[in-house]
Write a protein that binds this ligand. Structure first.
Ligand code: CP
Length: 311
């Protein structure tokens, strides 16, 4: 089996093909069984990961740290770049040079589009993008695709609906690009008119001949979808006035959730603010707490394993 992740950066996901993803997900499922049986193993003993987070994170940061620890590797215990020499003005380039002298892999989150790619140019070890501004969040996209695959098996013929602030939500970019690998996929994007999907994503989907629509309301679409992906309004990426204009545009209540197919799923990569009402959490369709969060750890364990070990 060809491991195309080995010693490579994971800055975006457009270079991955269906076979790469199949191999990654197989590894994630194998690792899941090991974790369930004995918590992990020592396959990454002697390897060190540096997490360079210039933006807050709960899930991505913690799941990478626990993923490395469960595989026997070590971490540089730096919980935020706000405790590093970045606050003294050290550049991204120098930071990449320095941390890649200590670690075998860098995991980087940064508010600016393209910043992680820039660091990858100066790093002597693989760099994983943990979210770069409004760009990509490859490990979240892969986690989401794994969650969908676990539910449906065959990823073709699914109808995926994204709702919310689609202009600023990087997991929408990453997951949509991954879905474009499956020729019969259908995607509906529902957003306030101020925050539609980005032109770059639209062009990408057109180039891949993906069947997609854009709309401003979701009520008439819900009954036909297999996957509903709800997003948060990214307050930190917009003006106060735009935030107040669009917040609360869509709130998924149990009445809406129950109008969906019985076999459908409701996803959110979290944090959730008020776009999904709390009574939906116990709806059998909701997978954001019950599966998506934990899958993030298994997929990141598989990513670390495949980048750091050839086999
Ligand atoms: N899903 C996600 O990226 O969450 P965090 O911002 O908490 O890492």
């Amino acid at each position: 089996m060809k491991n195309s992740f080995y010693k490579k950066h994971l800055v975006d996901i457009t270079h991955l093909n269906i076979e790469d993803i199949r191999i990654l997900f197989k590894r994630a499922s194998e690792i899941k069984k090991i974790v369930e049986l004995k918590g992990g193993d020592n396959r990454l003993q002697g390897k060190i990961m540096a997490t360079l987070f210039y933006e807050p994170s709960s899930r991505t940061f913690s799941s990478f740290v626990t993923a490395m620890q469960r595989l026997g590797g070590g971490i540089i215990p730096l919980f935020s770049m706000f405790n590093s020499s970045a606050v003294k003005g050290e550049t991204l380039e120098d930071t990449a040079r320095v941390f890649s002298s200590y670690a075998d892999l860098l995991v980087v989150r940064h508010p600016e589009l393209g910043s992680v790619r820039q660091m990858a140019r100066y790093s002597s070890v693989p760099v994983v993008n943990a979210g770069d501004g409004i760009g990509d969040h490859p490990t979240q996209g892969l986690t989401d695709l794994y969650t969908i695959q676990q539910k449906f098996g065959d990823l073709n013929k699914l109808h995926v609906l994204f709702i919310g602030d689609l202009g600023h939500y990087r997991p929408v970019n990453s997951l949509s690009k991954l879905l474009s690998l499956y020729p019969q996929i259908r995607i509906s994007f529902v957003s306030p008119k101020e925050v539609p999907i980005q032109d770059g994503l639209k062009k990408y989907l057109v180039s891949k001949k993906v069947k997609f629509i854009e709309a401003n309301s979701f009520e008439n679409i819900l009954a036909n979808v297999d996957v509903l992906y709800v997003t948060r309004v990214k307050k930190e990426y917009m003006t106060e006035s735009l935030y107040h204009k669009i917040k609360g545009s869509y709130v998924l209540t149990n009445i809406f959730a129950n109008s969906m197919k019985n076999n459908s799923i409701i996803m959110h990569c979290l944090p959730r603010i008020d776009e999904i009402s709390h009574d939906v959490d116990s709806n059998s369709r909701a997978v954001y707490f019950s599966q998506q969060v934990r899958n993030g750890m298994y997929v990141r364990m598989a990513i670390l394993d495949m980048i750091l070990r050839k086999n």
